[in-house]
Design a protein around this ligand. Structure first.
Ligand code: ZN
Ligand code: ZN
Length: 124
């Protein structure tokens, strides 16, 4: 089993590396994740913060989430692809956008959250 996962943005300027296995994985249907992804839900690969390193022209955007937590979104400053979130509720974790993994097939999850916001057209 690989102990190092890599990923990055659409343009390739931002790259990241994850060492070790994810703490947990989720698929989130909240409105914030719908806006971040532009899709019905956001698959998130959640890793300990000290296992995640990112390099490139990243920018961050901070806001208070709908659930009242502080959310810091990291995205590529060149192509604007979302890379990861840090949520003040779990500040020692990084929520990595699973679709940005070099091998997205590494992702799987049984855990779906905020399904009350699920859209009827989202059959995932
Ligand atoms: Zn980029
Ligand atoms: Zn969410």
């Amino acid at each position: 089993m690989s102990l190092s996962h890599t990923g990055g943005c659409l343009c390739g300027a931002t790259r990241y590396e994850i060492t070790g296995e994810p703490a947990f994985t989720i698929q989130c249907y909240c409105r914030d994740c719908q806006r971040i992804s532009g899709a019905g839900n956001l698959p998130l690969y959640v890793v300990p913060r000290d296992c995640f390193s990112v390099s490139g022209p990243v920018k961050t955007h901070s806001r208070t989430s709908e659930t009242g937590n502080d959310l810091e979104l990291t995205f590529c400053g060149e192509c604007a692809s979302p890379i990861c979130n840090i949520n003040s509720k779990l500040p020692d974790r990084v929520f990595v956008m699973a679709g940005s993994l070099d091998d997205p097939a590494l992702f799987s999850t049984e855990t779906k959250i905020y399904e009350a916001s699920r859209q009827p057209w989202d059959k995932s």
